[in-house]
Write a protein that binds this ligand. Structure first.
Ligand SMILES: Cc1cc2nc3c(=O)[nH]c(=O)nc-3n(C[C@H](O)[C@H](O)[C@H](O)COP(=O)(O)O)c2cc1C
Length: 187
């Protein structure tokens, strides 16, 4: 199986990246192929809502989304969104990638294409944020749910950590390794 990680943090070697690396290493140890794409390294146009995908099933832009991101999303069996909270939402770079998935939404809901019909794909959200509020991850969870739905992926679960701010803070989390071990068993 191919496990695709999508890293939404613009901060190199930060908390999201560490969280994602633990998950990916564990999935690799189980014999899966892994691939990680960093949103910050992809050069993409934002969705402009032109509607081309709703009638033709393709995006007007030819960029890293079309050439790298979309083929990887289509090929993957498990997709992991890993991200910090920025103003209670996904950071802009990964959100721009998510918006471009409108092309898969259009193929599924407007054009009634059933391109993933024989596949059971799964998705997971890994997220961190600095504060403690009970609603902290609501925005990310909703966006992740509808991203996965557009790509015909079953949203399996989310691992979200509050009170994580400094760059290396996730590394010292007391139950992270245990959480990852439990999460891996779902796949
Ligand atoms: C632009 C910006 C906006 C942020 N907004 C929030 C926020 O709304 N709520 C919160 O709890 N943390 C917020 N944070 C803190 C980050 O979520 C936190 O530092 C996180 O650990 C960063 O993860 P990373 O190392 O993977 O980038 C923000 C950080 C930045 C840089």
């Amino acid at each position: 199986m191919l496990v695709l990680g999508i890293n939404g943090s613009p901060r190199p070697k930060g908390n999201s990246q560490y969280l994602m690396s633990l998950f990916m290493e564990a999935m690799k140890a189980k014999g899966n192929d892994i691939q990680v794409l960093d949103a910050i390294k992809l050069k993409i146009n934002p969705c402009i809502g032109c509607g081309n995908c709703e009638t033709k099933g393709i995006c007007i832009f030819k960029d890293d989304f079309t050439n790298i991101f979309l083929p990887a999303v289509i090929k993957a069996d498990i997709i992991v969104l890993g991200s910090p909270i920025y103003f209670y939402a996904f950071p802009a770079l990964i959100k721009a990638l998510i918006d471009r998935i409108q092309v898969l939404w259009s193929r599924k809901y407007r054009l009634k294409m059933d391109e993933f019909k024989d596949r059971k794909r799964k998705g997971v959200l890994l997220a961190v944020g600095a504060t403690q509020g009970k609603d902290l991850f609501d925005g990310l969870k909703l966006t992740a749910r509808y991203f996965f739905d557009a790509a015909d992926i079953k949203y399996e679960t989310a691992l979200c950590y509050r009170g994580i701010d400094e760059k290396d803070e996730m590394k010292n989390h007391p139950i992270l390794h245990e959480d990852i071990k439990n999460l891996i068993q779902k796949f």
